[in-house]
Design a protein around this ligand. Sequence first.
Ligand code: SF4
Length: 486
Amino acid sequence: MNWRLRQKTKKLLDEEIGTYYKDKRDVSIVLVYPNTYYVGMSNLGFATIYHLLNKREDTWCERGFLPDKEDTTRQDSTGQASLFSLESQKPLNEFDIIAFSVAFELDYFNILTILKLAKIPLYPREREAFPLIMAGGTAVTANPKPLFAFIDIFVMGEGEEVVNEIMDAYLAFRHQQGKSFSREKLLLNLSRIEGVYIPSLGQKEFKRRYISSLDSYPVHSCIVTKNTEFSRMFLIEVTRGCPQGCKFCLASHLYKPFRYRSLEVVQNQVKEGLKWTKRIGLIGGGISSHPDLIKICREIKMLGGEVSLSSLRIASITPELVSILNQKTIAVAPEAGSERLRKLINKPISEENILEKIAIINSSSLILSSPSLTLKLYFLIGLPTEIQEDIEALIKLVIRIKAGFKRELVISINPFIPKLNTPFQDMAMDSKESLNSKLRYIRKNLSGIKIISENIKDSIIQARFSIGDEKVGEFLSNRIFGGVRE
Ligand code: SF4
């Protein structure tokens, strides 16, 4: 490992609270977030599995990330030492298991880049003497097919229970078989666990795992650091799924039914979090539908904390809720410009209602106390049945909101991407030309307003991964082996 990377790693560790430092146990796992430290350390799914594995006496779990771009390029071109874990800087290829936590489809490229940098063969048939490669998380749970060629074991669904069952079975098998066990027999053994999917064994069907009670597994940050998107914030997952059921939304349909944690469990998490930092972030799909949201926010404030919500359902905005919040950005998602299209996607809110709710934010104490407050509006373009009138309606709505809003307004516009397991899974994605032309038109008509958008080319690739099959794997490996992180 080069000196520069070692220094960087040491600095990151020094600035963390809550890191697990362990030494040799029965099994070693490196849990890898296939993106940078900055991105990965705000992901609660990743944090939860790290915490659950390290709670086990028999398991030693460290973290791995994609190095920053300049380090990736340097490491790839120099062929220096293999990629290493964060805590002990142990090479990834020396762990027993490498487990990828995959939230987003575009990170599939990074999985292959990480295997390449870790000097691990891409295909299972060449990996007999290498760590077992597992993958789980939202993207994989929705559609694992693009990664079939590269991953030994998929973990489908919510990982809280199944991760312990996998470790128990893995350790029992190893104790029974000794050091030189057959990998195929191990896979056969693990495939009996519900939620484990091993397509290379010819398994055609799988069952996703869901936990029935969120209260049994409180999910919150286990490491707080300033070096991440939710800097120095203690995140608590209060809801999962979303009762709104927007027809394009994976979070709502993949994690059905909507569930929430009880007031008591969240209160305990809040107290724990306030020992670490005063910034508490409540997250989850459909968070506004938590029946005790106001009580939770009030309590955080009463205990001296500051509360942020990941996003707000427009209909749930009330003067009381906004006055309790303490955040620099409020995110709301009308999704479509016209009422017709909002109805079609299952978000039937009128334009007048949206404007009334924005007016509540506008006259709140939050506006007075936060001169740098930003209102972020999320829209999709290219939704099924969208016509020019819908684009005109989007522009008109933004202009009306901007006219009355006293602080910065940011518009996030992204293409509709069909996702498997949603009612819109079979709907076609708009073409690159059409999406680019709509974006240009919107930008021209909203000049002076900050508009951010994903790269359309990336969105089209994302759609390929979301609904694609095994053949997409070839495209993936071609991209990586034609050059790292294009
Ligand atoms: S409101 Fe948001 S989280 Fe809920 S279903 Fe719609 S898009 Fe998904």
